[in-house]
Design a protein around this ligand. Structure first.
Ligand code: ADP
Length: 630
C-alpha cells in the first residue's frame, strides 16, 4: 500500500474511533444512559446485599406506628400518647439508641406533652428529628429537646429522575447552623463516638469508621446500599415486648409507617415503596456495615472510555484475523467487569457510557478493518492489472525499436554496405536505441511518481524560461506540419518545484497539440496569472475529444479513437505523467475540448512570486466546448 493511502487509512481509522468514543460517551450522559446506570446500580445493590444478608444481624430496628397501632390507639390524634407508650415499652428493654422520626415541634394537649416529655427523659440515646422550613430550623419543643442527645435532620436527597431515593444528605445547613442527618447522629450515639470532620479530606470519622465523601459534593451525600426487604426488623409498636431480642442494644428508628399517615413514602432500589423512617434505618445500616460507595470522578470515566476506544482500535489493528474478535470479547467482558468490581470496592462507575464505547468502538474498528482489507485487496488487484497492462505495453511498444535495431545491426554485420547506407543504418540504431531508453525512462518515472518514491526538487524557477525552452524544442517538429505556434502573452511568473519535471509536462502538452492537429493550423500558448495562480495554456485547432473521452485521457494507456485513427504513434501514458507532475506541485489540470475543433490544456499551479499583478483574466471558453477539471 502506498504511504499516502496508508496515511489516509490511519487518519480515517483514528477518526472512526474518536467518533465512536464521542458517541458512546455522549450517550452515557443522556437520560437514557443514566437510566441504565441506575438500573445497574440497583442490580448491584440487590445482588451484593443478598449475599451479605445471609449472615447479617441488623443493628437497626424499625419500630413502626403502623395501621394496626393507629387503629388500636385512636389514630393520629393520639400520636403523642402512642409515642410515650412505645418509649416506655422500649425503655424496659434497653435499646442503645432511639431515633424518633416524628415532628414534635408544635404544642399538643398539655397532659400528653407532659407525659411524652417524661417518657423522652427516661429514654437513653434519644435522637429527635428537626426540619429545615424555608431557612429556619424547626426543632422539637424545648421540653422534648432537653432530653435528646442530638437533633438530626430527616431530609432526604432529591429523588433520581426514575423516582428512586438512593442518597441522603448527611449534612444540612442554614446559615451557620448545621445539623447532621438523623441516621448519622444515631450511628454516632450507637458507637458512642463523636462525629469528627477530617481537615485533610471531605470524609467524616466516627470511631474507627470513615465515611468517605466525594470531593466537592454538596451536603455530604451518602449513597444508601439498601438491604433486602425484612433484613432490618420492622416491629409494630404494639409488639415491642414480643421482640425484645431484636430491640435490646439496638438502634431503634421509631416512626410512622401507616400508609394513611406517613408523610414521606419513597421508592427504594428494590422498587418498593417504603416510609422515610425505614430509609433512615437503611442509611444507618450502610454506615454500621461500612458499605460505603462514592461515585467515580468524571475524569476516571472519561479515561476509561478513552482506554476502551484505543484498546478496540489496537486489537483490530494488530491482532490478525478472527483472533481479533476473540480478543475483543475480552475487552467487552472487561467493560462489564470493571464497573462490577469497582462497585465491590466502593466506587460507583457509570455502566452505560464505557460499555457503549467499548461496543461501538469495537464495531467501528471491525468494520473499518473489513473495509480497509477490501480496499487493500482492490488496490492490489488493480495494481496487478496495472502491472499486467504495463508488461503488455512494454512488450508491444519495445518490439518496434528492438526489431529495427536488431534488423539494422544484422544487415550491417552480414553485408558489406556502401558508406552512405551504413551511416543511415547506424543513425537508425542510434535513434531507435535512444527512443527505447526514453520509453524505459518514461515508464520508470510514472511508476516511481505513482509510488511516491520520486522526490521532487524544490527550486525556484521562472515559468517563462520553461515555456521558452519547450517552444524552442517543439518548433522544428511543428514546422514539419506547417503548424504555427504563438506565444499570446509573455509568461512572467516564478514557480517553485522541480523545473525538469514541469518542463517535461509542458513539453508533453505541446507535442500532443502538434501531434493531434492537422497541418496548416495554429497553436496558441498563454500564461496568465489569476488569484496568485499561473494558468499555462496550450490551445490547438486539432482533432479534439468529446466529453466521454475527456474523462479518461489521464488514465494510463488510454487513447481516444480519433487519436488511434489519426495514425499518430502514441502510448497513452504521457498525460498521466503530466497530471501526476502537476498534482505533485499542488496544482491541477483543466481541459476544454470539442471534437473537430480543438483542445485547450491548462496547467494551473501556484505562482510563488508573480511578477504580473493579478488582473489578467483567463481566456474565454468557447460556448459549446467540453470542460474537464482535474
Ligand atoms: P499519447 O499521445 O502517447 O497517446 P497521452 O497520454 O499524451 O498519450 O495522451 C492520451 C490521449 O489523449 C491521446 O492518445 C489522445 O487521444 C488524447 N489527447 C492528448 N492530447 C490531445 C490533443 N491535444 N488533442 C486531442 N487529443 C489529445
Amino acid at each position: 500500500m502506498s504511504p499516502r493511502i496508508l496515511r489516509q487509512n490511519t487518519v480515517l481509522y483514528i477518526a472512526v474511533l474518536a467518533g465512536c468514543f464521542v458517541a458512546g460517551f455522549g450517550l452515557g450522559l443522556t437520560p437514557v444512559g443514566m437510566r441504565f446506570d441506575y438500573v445497574f446500580y440497583d442490580f448491584l445493590t440487590k445482588y451484593s446485599a443478598a449475599i451479605d444478608a445471609v449472615s447479617l444481624k441488623s443493628d437497626a430496628v424499625v419500630v413502626a406506628i403502623d395501621e394496626q397501632t393507629l387503629r388500636a390507639k385512636g389514630g393520629m390524634r393520639n400520636i403523642r400518647p402512642i409515642l410515650s407508650e412505645a418509649l416506655d415499652e422500649l425503655a424496659k428493654i434497653g435499646p442503645k439508641v432511639v431515633a424518633i422520626d416524628v415532628v414534635l415541634a408544635d404544642p399538643g394537649e398539655e397532659d400528653d406533652d407532659a407525659k411524652l416529655a417524661a417518657s423522652l427523659a427516661r429514654t437513653k440515646g434519644l435522637i429527635l428529628d428537626c426540619e429545615l422550613i424555608g431557612n429556619k430550623w424547626e426543632d422539637p419543643l424545648p421540653e422534648f429537646k432537653a432530653s435528646a442527645v442530638a437533633l438530626g435532620h430527616v431530609h432526604l436527597a432529591e429523588q433520581s429522575p426514575d423516582g428512586v431515593s438512593r442518597q441522603i444528605p448527611l449534612e444540612k445547613k442554614s446559615g451557620g447552623d448545621r445539623r447532621w442527618a438523623l441516621s448519622l447522629d444515631a450511628f454516632s450515639a450507637f458507637t458512642g463516638q463523636p462525629i469528627i470532620e477530617s481537615s485533610s479530606s471531605p470524609s467524616l470519622q466516627i470511631g474507627k469508621t470513615t465515611i468517605p465523601e466525594p470531593v466537592g459534593a454538596e451536603g455530604r451525600p451518602l449513597m444508601i446500599r439498601y438491604l433486602p426487604p425484612r433484613t432490618i426488623p420492622n416491629i409494630s409498636a404494639l409488639d415491642i415486648q414480643k421482640n425484645r431480642g431484636y430491640i435490646r442494644d439496638s438502634a431503634v428508628f421509631l416512626g410512622i409507617t401507616a400508609l394513611s399517615a406517613a408523610r414521606d413514602r419513597l421508592t427504594n432500589s428494590y422498587g418498593n415503596s417504603v416510609p422515610g423512617v425505614e430509609v433512615h434505618a437503611q442509611a444507618f445500616e450502610t454506615m454500621a456495615l461500612g458499605h460505603f460507595l462514592i461515585p467515580s470522578g468524571g475524569a476516571a470515566v472519561l479515561g476509561l472510555c478513552i482506554v476502551f476506544a484505543i484498546a478496540a482500535g489496537l486489537i483490530f489493528l494488530y491482532v490478525p484475523g478472527w483472533w481479533a474478535y476473540a480478543v475483543d470479547l475480552l475487552l467487552l467482558g472487561a467493560a462489564f467487569w470493571i464497573p462490577f468490581q469497582s462497585f465491590h470496592r466502593g466506587v460507583v462507575f457509570p455502566f452505560f457510557g464505557p460499555v457503549v464505547v467499548a461496543w461501538i468502538a469495537s464495531a467501528g474498528a471491525a468494520t473499518s478493518k473489513y473495509f480497509f482489507v477490501r480496499r487493500q485487496l482492490r488496490t492490489s488487484e488493480s495494481e496487478k492489472s496495472r502491472y499486467q497492462q504495463a508488461i503488455h505495453w512494454v512488450a508491444h511498444e519495445m518490439r518496434t525499436p528492438l526489431t529495427a535495431i536488431q534488423g539494422s545491426s544484422e544487415i550491417m554485420t552480414r553485408y558489406k554496405l556502401p558508406e552512405e547506407k551504413g551511416k543511415q543504418l547506424s543513425e537508425m540504431i542510434n535513434s531507435e536505441s535512444k527512443r527505447l531508453a526514453r520509453m524505459i525512462q518514461t515508464f520508470l518515472d510514472v511508476e516511481r511518481l505513482a509510488d511516491g518514491q520520486m522526490d521532487l526538487k524544490k527550486e525556484s524557477f521562472a515559468a517563462g524560461d520553461v515555456v521558452e525552452s519547450c517552444l524552442k524544442r517543439v518548433r522544428p517538429i511543428a514546422e514539419r506540419k506547417n503548424i504555427q505556434i504563438y506565444l499570446d502573452t509573455p509568461v512572467e511568473a516564478m514557480l517553485s518545484g522541480d523545473r525538469e519535471l514541469m518542463e517535461y509536462a509542458f513539453y508533453n502538452l505541446l507535442t500532443n497539440a502538434v501531434k493531434y492537429s492537422p497541418a496548416e493550423t495554429e497553436i496558441h500558448v498563454s500564461g496568465t496569472i489569476s488569484g496568485g495562480e499561473l494558468r499555462l495554456s496550450v490551445r490547438d485547432q486539432g482533432i479534439g475529444m468529446d466529453a466521454h473521452e475527456l474523462k479518461s485521457i489521464f488514465k494510463k494507456f488510454y487513447r481516444t479513437k480519433r487519436a488511434e485513427a489519426s495514425g499518430e504513434v502514441g502510448t497513452g501514458i504521457g498525460l498521466s505523467i503530466v497530471e501526476q507532475i502537476v498534482t505533485h506541485h499542488n496544482g491541477r489540470m483543466e481541459v476544454e475540448s470539442e471534437p473537430g475543433k480543438g483542445s485547450c490544456f491548462t496547467i494551473i499551479v501556484t505562482a510563488s512570486n508573480p511578477k504580473v499583478p493579478p488582473a489578467a483574466e483567463s481566456p474565454a471558453k468557447s460556448p459549446n466546448a467540453e470542460t474537464f477539471n482535474r
